[in-house]
Design a protein around this ligand. Structure first.
Ligand SMILES: [Zn+2]
Length: 319
């Protein structure tokens, strides 16, 4: 039994949240801390294993996980099949994108977000450890490095990352490193899976439990555990709830025990039912995604746009 990887609370305050880890070995489990709500992988993979995984195996690993339209088989196809993500994320980002804005995206994969940022006249730099994606980024005319530590004498107005934070071994150091790369008044915006996802926290679906908890993730965050990390660092931040997967996807998990099915029942159920379901998950924070935004200007730069709905400033109302 481990002690908490976030708050170091003792072993007796930890319980198993997920006994099965996709891509893991029998010994791997996700544990949850009763004190800070952190959900974390144990035992911790070695640095060597992790480095090899991202340099050589990550795309292949991801392609075994996709059950919907997203495609990791090649960088070009990856880019095309992620255009819906661009559309979904833009409302959270567009207020910060101007001609001449210096932007850094950590974990930019095939560069599909960088393409969209460039259309605003933004100067983009990407960080991408994967060999295949790095070559593709270069061919696409993007400026990219393999590791955050390679960026030494440049600062940014906007730093973004999407579904990267949960992969990070030391969340405190990761956030401090990027905070140091922000210009005054700069902003960090990131998208993180939310472990309040109803597929695991409300419904008990065996197939989903075997799929969701991934060896590629060190942590699964909730608004509570994320707040714990950010409060410790003393940052000013906002969290916004977001729901990526629709009712059809949830029904497909229940009916067929597999991923996919996004949009499958839209025509039969109608948009109103789907929207009501989505909004309910968002309003109650029983959602699958968190947008985190924090700024270097503690005097109060507007975060995540004034018009973003369902925005919560810390401290969060805890359910
Ligand atoms: Zn803890």
């Amino acid at each position: 039994m481990p002690e908490c990887r976030i708050c170091q609370s003792e072993e007796s305050n930890q319980h198993v949240r997920a006994p099965h880890v996709f891509g893991g070995e029998g010994t791997h489990q996700f544990w949850e801390c009763d004190d800070c709500s952190a959900i974390y992988l144990d035992p911790i993979p070695s640095m060597e294993d992790e480095k090899r995984f991202y340099a050589q195996e990550f795309e292949k690993f991801m392609s075994t996980r996709v059950g919907d339209h997203r495609d990791w088989s090649s960088a070009e196809i990856h880019k095309v099949t992620n255009q819906d993500q661009v559309k979904r994320r833009m409302p959270f980002l567009q207020d910060y994108l101007h001609k001449g804005t210096d932007l850094l995206e950590i974990g930019c994969s095939s560069g599909f977000m960088l393409d969209a940022f460039k259309a605003f006249g933004v100067n983009c730099v990407g960080v991408e450890p994967s060999g295949e994606f790095s070559e593709f980024l270069e061919q696409s005319g993007h400026s990219a490095v393999g590791d955050l530590s390679e960026i030494t004498n440049q600062k940014f107005d906007v730093i973004t990352h999407f579904f990267v934070f949960e992969h990070i071994r030391d969340p405190y150091q990761f956030l401090k490193d990027q905070y140091a790369l922000l210009k005054d008044g700069g902003v960090i915006i990131c998208e993180i899976p939310c472990a309040n996802d109803p597929l695991t926290s409300m419904f008990d679906i065996e197939a989903f439990e075997k799929f969701y908890w991934s060896i590629a993730h060190h942590y699964y965050y909730t608004p509570q555990s994320l707040s714990h990390v950010l409060d410790e660092l003393g940052y000013t931040y906002k969290l916004a709830p977001e729901q990526r997967y629709d009712l059809s996807n949830h029904m497909t998990w229940m009916l067929d025990g597999k991923s996919g099915g996004q949009g499958r029942f839209t025509e039969s159920l109608g948009n109103e039912v789907l929207e009501t379901y989505r909004n309910r998950l968002i309003d109650s924070w029983q959602c699958d995604t968190i947008f985190l935004c924090f700024s270097k200007d503690v005097t109060g730069v507007p975060l995540l746009g004034q018009d973003q709905p369902c925005l919560l400033v810390h401290p969060l109302p805890l359910s």
